[in-house]
Write a new protein. Sequence first.
Length: 280
Amino acid sequence: MSDKLKMSYKQSIRCKITSGRYVEYKNLSICCINDFYSPMNKKIRYQVHSKFFSELYDDIVFDFETGSRNPDKTQPVQIAAVAIHGRKLTIQPDGYFESLIRPILDDDEAIEMGLDPIEDEALAINGKTRKELAKAPSERTVWKKFGNFVNKYNFKGTPYYAPIAAGYNIVGFDMPIVQRMCELYGPIDKKTGKQTLFNKIHRVDVMDNVWMWMENNADIKSLSMDSMRDLFGMSKENAHDALQDVKDTANLMIGFMKLYRRVAPKVQFEKAFADGNIHI
């Protein structure tokens, strides 16, 4: 039997990388990088990249329930999240998080702290009572636990690989609250003052996805989450509970992403404007 036939599959992959400098294996691209770095020892160094962008990050679909509507001054009273595998679009192990948050219930004290007082109307919408909120854990305690939850899905433990924040209207509402919480309790980039809990570059606002698909539909009168529940035939039971909201949002996000994956291969993106057929 020749040496080539005796070579194991693992050895053949290693041989291709070492001699050819590059190989594709399943959904990975692997190359030898000894040409670019002075080796400190005799070990061969490799660089591995996913062929799919979505393989690099998990998504954390999250939602705040709050005591008022201004994201810059509102007090969160509940937070929930679900961790979604970026490529498989499935719930990660131990992938749920939910907690009530104790706000400042005294109106004068809240105003003195520069915060909005808790509004009874808001509590009626999200189904929370002052009595149960008074027994909830502190904002600092909950944020630390939430940070630990998110960091479980940062598989390299660096800001670049931090999970992607996802949710419904998170750009306009939830992310400003995240920024405030990070300024108070961390994590924060000391140079820029920006949050580093979530990926600093990428985020998924599912409401933007809805807009892209529905903006030409005259029958759509609102992009609210409740309107989407009506449109897609989703139950409104427990609506405006943070955990139920993230489950519904995650279902919408996964549905749209699966749709994109079916449609995108059929669309000619490469050099689409090369013939000068541009829009503006």
